[in-house]
Write a new protein. Structure first.
Length: 132
């Protein structure tokens, strides 16, 4: 066996997940997105649909990051055991992994909320432009 004792890390980077800023980076200008639609009603409907699609992408991104950091926590905890920690040191190492994960989950939830609000704002701006 060629395995070697020592610390290791998660082989996958957080770059595996998409960017949260869907409304800011991935969507067109809400002031002109659907103004050429056949009617105000159609324009408004398309704006609502696009805002909901934006929120869906934000939620999928949040889910991706939660999954990534959950796996990161798993690798961290396995590493605690693999480097030979025992007793209170092992318990402390695993608790550090849990604390880190819980902190990250809170940040993800906060960013998710902010970006969903940005999607809603995009939709509101888009709908207002339909009526101009």
């Amino acid at each position: 066996s060629n395995a070697r004792a020592g610390a290791f890390s998660d082989p996958i980077s957080g770059n595996v997940c998409a960017d949260f800023a869907v409304a800011g980076d991935s969507m067109s200008d809400p002031n002109t997105a659907f103004i050429s639609a056949s009617s105000v009603k159609t324009c408004t409907s398309l704006c609502k649909q696009a805002a909901n699609q934006c929120k869906n992408y934000v939620n999928k991104t949040a889910s991706c990051y939660k999954g990534y950091y959950s796996q990161y926590k798993t690798y961290w905890k396995k590493n605690c055991s693999d480097i030979g920690l025992t007793g209170s040191e092992l318990k402390s190492c695993k608790q550090d992994a849990n604390n880190y994960y819980n902190g990250i989950k809170g940040k993800i939830k906060s960013i998710q909320g902010t970006e969903q609000d940005n999607c809603s704002a995009w939709g509101d701006t888009c709908q207002a432009a339909c009526n101009l």
